[in-house]
Every structure is written in C-alpha cells, then in structure tokens.
Design a protein around this ligand. Structure first.
Ligand SMILES: Nc1ncnc2c1ncn2[C@@H]1O[C@H](COP(=O)(O)OP(=O)(O)OP(=O)(O)O)[C@@H](O)[C@H]1O
Ligand SMILES: [Mg+2]
Length: 472
C-alpha cells in the first residue's frame, strides 16, 4: 500500500496550495484568462482566451501580447482596477467581440503593491447562460421606467387657464393676473374663500409658465402632521436616522427643483416651520434634516390659503416677514356669489365633467333650475356647486334637472345664507330659526301628526307642544 500524499503542515504552504487550487479551478471554469502588468500591458493569455482574438481583430497572439490593454480590448475596465486596486468581481463587458460576464482581480506583491490585474471571461453569450438573470433585470428596468413615467405624469399640472371657467369681469381679471404671473418667476399668493379655484389656478400658472415641463409639486400644510412637515419639506440626509430613512430622502423642495412648489393651505403652517421656510426663501438654499450642508434649489413658489393672513399676523400665528416674502404677486379669487353670471357656464362645464367621470348621461338645467341656483349664496363656492350638481344628477334619471331637483338647496335658507353672506346674527336667533324650520319639515313629512313628528325630531311630544307654543 502506498501512502496518499499528505497535506503540508505549515500555514504558509497551505495558503499557497489553496491559491494554486483556486487559480486552477478558475482557469478551468473560465472561458478565458489574461494578465496585464503594472503598466497595463497584456503579458499573458491562456488557451481559452485565444479563441476571442479573431473577434477582437487579431490574427496572431504576438500582435495582442505586449500592447496596452485598452488598445486591444475595447471598453475594458482593467486599467481602472489597476489604478484603484479594487477588484470587480462580476461585470458585463460589451464590445465588438460580444457581451461577456467578466471578473477582474488585482494582483499584489509581498509588500501589497498592485503589480498587475488578472482578467477572466467567466461566460460568453451571457444572454443565454444568464437568461433568467438578464430577463429579470430587463423587466425590473421596464417597471422602473413605467413608474418614472407615472410619477412624471403625476407631477405635471392638471389644469390650464382654459380650465378656469368664467367670463364675468371678476373672472377675466383673475385670469389676466394669473397669466401675467405665469410669465415671470415671482412668488404668487392666491387668496380666496374655500372652493373658489385656488388650486386649479396654481396648476394653471405652472402649466402656463416656462417651467411647464418641469415638476409641479404640492404640499398641503393642513393635511400633514406637524412632526412630519420638516422632513417632507426639506428632506432627510442619509444616515440622519436609523431605519427606513437610513438612505436619506428628498424633500418636496428638491423634488420641485426647476419647477413649481405649491404650498397649499399656507395659513396652516406651524410657526416653527414658518421660520425655516423663511430662511430657505431668503437663502434660496435648503438644509435637509440631519445634514450640515445647504443645497441650492431653483423653485417657483405658489402659496394659497382661504384664511385671513392679516388677522393671523395680528394674532401672532403667522409671521409678518414670511407674509411679505410670499405676498409678491397677490391674486384674489372672487367668491361665486360675486360672479353669478358665470354660474351657467360653470354648471355646464361641471355637468360635462360629472357625466364623463360617472359614465352617466349628460344632464342639462331648466330655466327654473338655473334661477334656483342663482338665488343661492354658495358659501362653498364652485366646489359646492359641483357637489350639488353631482348629487342632483345621482338622485334623478331626468335628462333635464329642474328646480325641484335642487329643493334641498333652499335658496331662501336663512341660516345657510346668513352664514354664507357672513351676516352673522346672534347664535340663539340662528338656532331658533333652524329649530323652527326643522319642526315645520317634520310636521310636513308627518302630514301634521305631532306624535310621529316628535319621534322624527327625537324629542318628546310635550317638548314639541312647548316649542310650537313658543313659535306662535
Ligand atoms: N373657475 C373655475 N372653473 C371651473 N372649475 C372650477 C373653477 N373654480 C373652481 N373649480 C372647481 O371647483 C373645485 C374646487 O376648486 P379648488 O380645489 O381649486 O378650490 P380651492 O380654492 O383650492 O379651495 P380650498 O380653499 O377649499 O382648498 C374643483 O373641482 C375645481 O376644479
Ligand atoms: Mg385648495
């Protein structure tokens, strides 16, 4: 019996053996191998590599050996590995010879100096050998492209000046001011009651400006909790927090770079953030949370609120200096009751969009409906008009909506119209009015039956009698 060869017992020899074995393994697995020296010249290729030479344009090995690597292998990264000393364990290399999966490993001398690079072609035709991987990569790339497109779509303005319906003098004036604002880059402050079209106009200003092809990003200050606002605005620097935000995150300022940032409900901005916003506006730079650096951003601001900023300043809840920064071009949107001549055109356009959105047939208004709508005060402005039309359309099949379809509106509703017209009267008086109307409707609905009227109102019969007595 002969003894099997024994492993060497000293560590050094073991490592050398391991290195040899690994090299042998790689060279038998790899499709080809080559070596460049410290100066980046090819000094050796193995048998496997020889078969790539024709495709690289070389008939003889002698023409290939001794030449600087980038002269003989287009797109190679060997020089980069030589200079950085860092391996590239796996990479795709494409050149005139085809596409290859390659690996590049720096070789060091005993002192640790890089003296050359070993290049290996692990696979040729990766499109077949690595099909599952490459297929997955391509499909991820497609998904990424789609997501990017969808995001860009989302960040485009939804409305143009044409979407702002109205030809009353007040509406024409608003559009004139907004068009002028769109031509410049100044900050715009949109003021007006709820539902008057501030958001619509902000989109239109962006769409009509030179920034139209850049993002339109909005932040609703009333919708976000105060604790999240700063990060949302200015972003988070990488490493500022552990967990989900470890990688850092761009704020809305950054996302809007080159485009328009819409600060909706600016009157709801907490004082602490007002100070930070003011600073960002003065410096034209932002500082992400946890960062020590400032970043330049190029953003046009449009701010909007239905709140009375002047009285907020007086109360100390809105900074006066910020107000003056924002109030460069002020546009006031008129309430609907001050431009009732636009109501018909508005209703037509809203009915069209309701029909489109709901898939229901298009409705028209009778003359009686129009005059019912005209006699209402519209505290919720165009948004309320839209909701009212939508509800009426849902509740009836008639192609033409008449005054009865808007019976719920009660153009003569003293409570609603006094609220709307801001003719506030003492609360007890308004409550009494509301009570009287509710009792009347309950009695109408119960055809005069006081017991069932009381039940509908959720009060006792005795209370109802008491109230009726008081109403006389
Ligand atoms: N002039 C207009 N022409 C057509 N539609 C309008 C007009 N003004 C407002 N609208 C519509 O009315 C609705 C409310 O408008 P918008 O959201 O712009 O109001 P807002 O002023 O931002 O209100 P809020 O202060 O409550 O946020 C939207 O559906 C909008 O499309
Ligand atoms: Mg709004």
């Amino acid at each position: 019996m002969t003894d099997k060869p024994a492993l060497p017992s000293d560590g050094d020899s073991i490592l050398k053996l391991a290195a040899r074995s690994m090299f042998d393994l790689f060279s038998s697995m790899a499709e080809g191998m080559m070596l460049v020296d410290r100066s980046g010249r090819v000094v050796w290729i193995n048998d496997g590599y020889r078969r790539f030479l024709p495709a690289l344009g070389f008939a003889h090995e002698e023409d290939f050996i001794g030449r600087p690597i980038e002269e003989v292998v287009p797109n190679t990264q060997m020089r980069h590995v030589l200079e950085s000393g860092k391996p590239i364990l796996i990479d795709l290399l494409t050149n005139k010879a085809g596409t290859f999966v390659v690996s590049r490993i720096p070789l060091r001398d005993d002192a640790g100096e890089v003296i050359g690079v070993l290049g290996m072609v692990l696979f040729d035709h990766p499109e077949t050998t690595l099909q599952p991987l490459i297929g997955k990569f391509a499909s991820l790339q497609r998904e990424l492209d789609d997501a990017r497109k969808a995001l860009a779509e989302q960040r485009r303005a939804k409305y143009t000046f044409a979407s702002f319906i109205g030809s009353s003098p007040a509406a024409i004036e608003v559009k004139r001011q907004a068009r002028r604002a769109a031509q410049g880059d100044s900050t715009v402050l949109l003021l007006g009651e709820t539902g008057t079209g501030k958001e619509l106009l902000a989109h239109a200003i962006h769409a009509g400006s030179a920034r139209a092809n850049k993002p339109f990003v909005s932040v609703n200050l009333a919708a976000l909790p105060e604790t999240l606002l700063e990060a949302e605005f200015f972003g988070v620097a990488p490493g500022a927090f552990t967990g989900a935000d470890r990688k850092g995150r761009d704020g809305r300022f950054k996302l809007a770079d080159g485009g328009t940032l819409f600060l909706d409900e600016i009157g709801d901005m907490p004082l602490s953030l007002q100070a930070k916003l003011l600073r960002a506006l003065q410096e034209q730079e932002i500082e992400p949370l946890g960062s020590t650096r400032m970043f330049k951003v190029d953003v046009r601001l449009v701010a909007a609120t239905s709140r009375d900023l002047k009285s907020m300043i007086a109360e100390g809840t809105f900074r006066e200096d910020l107000y003056y920064r924002l109030n460069v071009l002020q546009i006031r949107l008129p309430p609907l009751r001050e431009r009732l001549t636009d109501l018909e055109a508005l209703a037509e356009s809203l009915l069209e969009s309701i029909a489109l959105r709901s898939g229901m047939p298009l409705r028209e208004l009778t003359a009686s409906a129009l005059s019912a709508l005209m006699s209402y005060a519209w505290p919720g402005n165009v948004r309320e008009l839209r909701n009212t039309l939508e509800q009426a359309a849902m509740l009836t099949d008639h192609a033409r909506l008449s005054a009865e379809d808007f019976a719920g509106l009660k153009g003569n509703d003293p409570v609603a119209s006094s609220l709307a017209a801001s003719v506030l009267r003492p609360l007890p008086q308004m409550i009494a009015e509301l009570e009287r109307r509710s009792i009347q409707s309950a009695l109408e609905a119960s055809k005069g039956n006081k017991v069932s009227a009381a039940r509908m109102l959720g009060i006792s019969r005795a209370t109802l009698y008491e109230k009726l007595a008081g109403m006389k």
